[in-house]
Design a protein around this ligand. Structure first.
Ligand SMILES: NC(=O)c1ccc[n+]([C@@H]2O[C@H](COP(=O)([O-])OP(=O)(O)OC[C@H]3O[C@@H](n4cnc5c(N)ncnc54)[C@H](OP(=O)(O)O)[C@@H]3O)[C@@H](O)[C@H]2O)c1
Length: 326
């Protein structure tokens, strides 16, 4: 297995592993079925293979994901970079343009959520604190910026980022241009390469780090979601892959694999390498709840993206849709 490659997270200067650990699935609420001992084993194996970046959120299992991440992070003191997120105070995902930021991220909420996350993690500092929703209407409004500055001065957070809403990468351009944000997190995968058009060039120009999330389309791009797949009761994927969507995804993924000249089993690697192919991307953060997936994913972080010819073929597999709504 090739050693893990590292990239720089924009102007933060942090060296982050090309594959980071997406910790939504280990929160045990929206994703059902993870056992803590398996989640810890997957994260430990990934760290042994060179992974040094985790993305979690206060909302993932109401702090459970942070608690599991914290258990591991404390064992590897100072070696694992932790990113988490502040949920919107009004609990509305995605952010709405007509609701002012003072109802979503008022300064007391920014501070109290950060303190709760620090307690969940059992750490003194969060390396990257992110807003879990964003709309560019928030830029220049409210008192959130002074709260973040104070948290930075107190050493409770090091850097600030935003997680952009689903399939709306341009809704962060104004904030990125303002120079106030250190990193952005955005959906970037074979089906939705749209951040490559405006957001990524701007991030590169201004030295803003990029976390490429949902690189496997919530599992769809792995080739393992078939029309016969059954998700556990209460699992978010029952809604994401509702109705006829499993069949639609599976047929598309079979066509992608055929076009690339690979078997379906090569799809997780192809999908991750696709996301790593863009030079603006600092780290790609697949969800992985087993040692098997941690080994497979960390094993491909050798600095190589996909060849130009394959990237060109993938352009025709772009798919505009939003499975996060029914
Ligand atoms: N609004 C936001 O800010 C937001 C929203 C969504 C996600 N995120 C972040 O992005 C991360 C990644 O997204 P995600 O976890 O939702 O979806 P994802 O990474 O696109 O897909 C995760 C799925 O892929 C499977 N998988 C991973 N590696 C595999 C491999 N090598 N072979 C076969 N299957 C594999 C996982 O299997 P298992 O089920 O077996 O683990 C899981 O079912 C999240 O964990 C979270 O940190 C942020």
């Amino acid at each position: 297995m090739a050693p893990m490659n590292y990239r720089t997270l924009g102007r933060t200067g942090l060296k982050v592993s090309e594959i980071g650990f997406g910790a939504w699935g280990i929160g045990q609420k929206q994703w059902v079925g993870a056992k803590d001992e398996d989640s810890v084993a997957a994260l430990e194996r990934a760290i042994a293979l060179g992974l040094n970046f985790v993305d979690t959120a206060l909302a993932y299992g109401d702090g459970h994901s942070e608690q599991v991440v914290g258990r591991v992070a404390r064992k590897h003191a100072g070696k694992l970079l932790v990113a988490t997120k502040i949920p919107p105070k009004n609990r509305l995902w995605p952010a709405r343009r007509d609701i002012p930021v003072k109802e979503v991220f008022p300064s007391d909420h920014v501070v109290s959520c950060t303190e709760t996350s620090l307690r969940n993690l059992g750490l003194e500092t969060i390396d990257l604190q992110q807003f879990h929703v964003w709309t560019d209407e928030f830029a220049g409004q409210g008192d959130w910026l002074s709260a973040l500055e104070k948290l930075k001065q107190q050493g409770k957070i090091r850097f600030f980022g935003i997680s952009l809403g689903e399939h709306t990468p341009d809704n962060g351009l104004r904030l990125v241009a303002s120079g106030l944000v250190d990193a952005v997190q955005v959906i970037y995968n074979i089906f939705d390469p749209s951040p490559g058009e405006k957001l990524f060039p701007l991030c590169r120009k201004l030295g803003v780090g990029v976390l490429a999330r949902v690189p496997l389309d919530e599992g769809g791009l792995t080739g393992r979601v078939t029309p016969a797949t059954v998700f556990p009761d209460g699992d978010f994927r029952n809604s994401y892959f509702s109705g006829d969507r499993k069949r639609q995804v599976f047929e598309r993924v079979q066509r992608i694999a055929a076009d690339l000249g690979i078997g379906l089993e090569g799809m997780p690697e192809a999908a991750l390498r696709f996301a790593l192919s863009h030079p603006a991307v600092s780290t790609v953060i697949p969800g992985m709840r087993s040692v098997r997936n941690a080994e497979a994913n960390c094993g491909i972080a050798d600095g190589r993206g996909l060849p130009e010819e394959q990237l060109r073929k993938l352009e025709s597999h772009r798919w505009e849709r939003n499975f996060y709504v029914n």
